[in-house]
Design a protein around this ligand. Sequence first.
Ligand code: AMP
Ligand code: ZN
Length: 134
Amino acid sequence: MENCIFCKIIAHEIPNYTVYKDDFALAFLDITPRAKGHTLVIPKVHALNLLELDDSHVKNLLLAVKKAQEKIDQVLHPDGYNIGWNHGDAGGQVVPHLHIHIMPRYNNDGGANMHAIVNNPGDESVEEVYKLFK
Ligand code: AMP
Ligand code: ZN
């Protein structure tokens, strides 16, 4: 997609520090790392987010996440990981091309876990919310 910075990386118009690549995805070091080895995994096709990524690409993307994680594991030997993505403005997404963050974690690195992202459970009980799904 024109003017998409990550599509430009895919097209080799912008350089990157590649960790892993295959026919469907590219994994490269985040330019502003929040941890040693902070990596982004992106599908080669443009999609704003997972909901807009064609089903046929989802399996390949997750496989690339695993391959990239294996590589990071071999090279940096972190003690753990947080892996996920920001979706939409409320989710803190800045770059409008789906990218999965692989955040290596090291013992006593001062970081937190997924639960620290937000604490806004709302007034309805879990049961009430569940009823909305029925
Ligand atoms: P977000 O959209 O908030 O999930 O995060 C976008 C991420 O892309 C940030 O962590 C940026 O540091 C990273 N980023 C932006 N431009 C580049 C680039 N040219 N190369 C590598 N990482 C980038
Ligand atoms: Zn793109």
